[in-house]
Design a protein around this ligand. Structure first.
Ligand code: NAD
Length: 459
């Protein structure tokens, strides 16, 4: 820990000069980061595969492409975003020039999860650095190969006073959370999110919490079922269901349930064949603890498909559970694996009842050809981000803010929203001295009457 303490101190000392290093140098650092990642793509993809058999295609699409996109955007826009923005002055302060400065927070702590272990760590880090902060990153200990490569990348590209990786698990996080930070960015589970929020409160540190939840996927009787099945299976089984925004359970209109289930099974098999355990595209569960947690959800349930478990390989077959009770193991908490409960409804009250049974989710999906109804449901429910007629792809558009509400998190990021997260708006007013109207100064005498008469000028 001594080395870590020294790094924290060095980072603090570096801050003043870092902001003065200027936007152009930060852009140069981002270019260096991009080219370093490009030159080490194979190692990164191999690390992801070694951690939980994530295929190279999924690794490239969901970890590298989104990272390149974010770097390119910051390279293109950072100068424009960083400029002080002039706002209209008020008559009361005449004459003045009024600005909003974009100010880096300072020292940022990023704590990352294991499920998209590269991009969920590096994207907040690169955004924070681009904004002029310095960062300590603690990657997840559950994906050690990727954690190592993250350390290699960040230490090769940035001076350690700007970015430094500290490896470890909960104990290391606890140590880090005891320090005073200017901002904390946490991605992970709800229980640990609460620990982070409490630690941040101790120093009144602002915090972003990117958490999880039970994401409903509604399929009504008007839905295009073939498309729904394709898009649900894809969004659920990418990363073997270990995706914070994946559909957690389906709420399907009773009339179309049987047909949807048939199409879901067809779609699973056309994506991964009947021998899913042999598919090169299907990842594994990250560790034995999560494997056991998921396996427990299958006991005492009626299965419509799947259920095969190979413990030695941490393999869980894509599994459809039929009409689980809301109190069952699978419906207690976020599933975060390739298990999909299917609940049917006959009228809207049942949909409402199921969704409101759980805290606000991170995402919500509706498959319907009835646009009015779908939009009404989008409006009515509380969730982080939602899609009509698809799953998870809202993540791809960095113009959309990404984050949860209530139990699924607070704060948002991606693209310009990341810039806004990692900077603070600072008000700066430049008064002129060529005139100094005496009106505001005492003695006030009968100025009150005059003030009342010109009230509308100021309000
Ligand atoms: P986790 O909360 O177990 O761990 C996240 C990080 O916190 C890790 O770095 C871990 O070492 C650290 N940590 C663990 N215990 C800690 C403690 N007691 N004190 C301090 N730090 C601690 O989460 P996970 O298993 O890595 O990730 C899965 C969860 O993350 C799911 O709930 C998922 O929904 C959520 N998630 C959310 C998003 C999002 O963007 N909203 C993205 C990915 C994952």
């Amino acid at each position: 820990m001594t080395e870590n303490v020294e790094i924290l101190v060095q980072q603090k000392n570096y801050l003043a000069s870092h902001e003065t290093v200027g936007v152009q140098q930060r852009i140069d650092l981002l270019k260096k980061l991009k080219s370093y990642i490009e030159n080490h793509e194979q190692e990164i993809l191999d690390a992801l595969y070694a951690d939980f058999k994530k295929s190279h295609f999924e690794g490239y699409a969901t970890e590298l492409l989104v990272t390149y996109k974010e770097i390119n955007l910051f390279i293109k826009k950072l100068k424009q975003w960083s400029r002080p923005k002039r706002v209209l002055p008020t008559l009361f302060n005449f004459p003045s020039l009024d600005y909003i400065y974009q100010q880096a927070w300072g020292q940022v702590l990023v704590i990352a999860p294991w499920n998209y272990p590269f991009q969920l760590a590096i994207n907040p880090v690169l955004a924070a650095i681009a904004c002029g902060n310095s960062v300590i990153l603690k990657p997840s200990e559950l994906t050690p190969h990727t954690a190592k490569i993250l350390e290699q990348v960040l230490h090769a590209v940035f001076p350690k006073e700007i970015a430094y990786v500290i490896q470890g698990g909960a104990e290391t996080s606890t140590y880090l959370l005891k320090q005073k930070w200017d901002y904390i960015f946490f991605t992970g589970s709800v229980p640990v999110g609460k620990i982070v929020a409490k630690a941040a409160a101790e120093h009144l540190t602002p915090v972003t919490l990117e958490l999880g939840g039970k994401n409903p996927c509604i399929v009504d009787e008007t839905a295009n079922l073939a498309i729904a099945a394709k898009r649900i299976v894809w969004g659920k089984l990418i990363n073997a269901g270990q995706t914070c925004i994946a559909p957690d359970y389906i709420l399907v209109q009773k009339k179309v349930k049987e047909k949807l289930v048939k199409l879901l099974i067809q779609e699973i098999e056309s994506s991964y064949t009947k021998h899913i355990d042999q598919s090169p595209d299907y990842p594994r569960i990250v560790n034995p603890k999560n494997f056991e947690r998921l396996a427990k959800m299958l006991s005492n349930e009626k299965l419509l498909y799947g259920g095969q478990l190979i413990e030695s390989e941490l393999y869980i077959e894509p599994t459809l559970i039929d009409e689980p009770n809301l109190d069952s193991e699978a419906m207690q908490d976020e599933i975060f694996g390739p298990i999909l409960p299917i609940l049917s409804y006959t009228d809207f009250n049942e949909v409402e009842h199921s969704i409101q049974h759980f805290p606000h989710p991170l995402s919500l999906f509706i498959f319907s050809e009835n646009a009015t109804r779908a939009k009404q449901w989008m409006q009515q429910f509380e969730f982080g981000g939602g899609i009509i007629n698809d799953t998870i792809v809202h993540f791809v558009n960095d113009r959309l803010p990404f984050g949860g509400v209530g139990n699924s998190g607070m704060g948002q990021y991606h693209g310009k929203h990341s810039f806004e997260t990692f900077t603070r708006k600072k008000a700066v007013l430049h008064r002129k001295t060529w005139i100094d109207l005496p009106f505001r100064y005492p003695p006030y005498g009968d100025k009150l009457n005059l003030l009342k008469r010109v009230k509308s000028w100021f309000t």
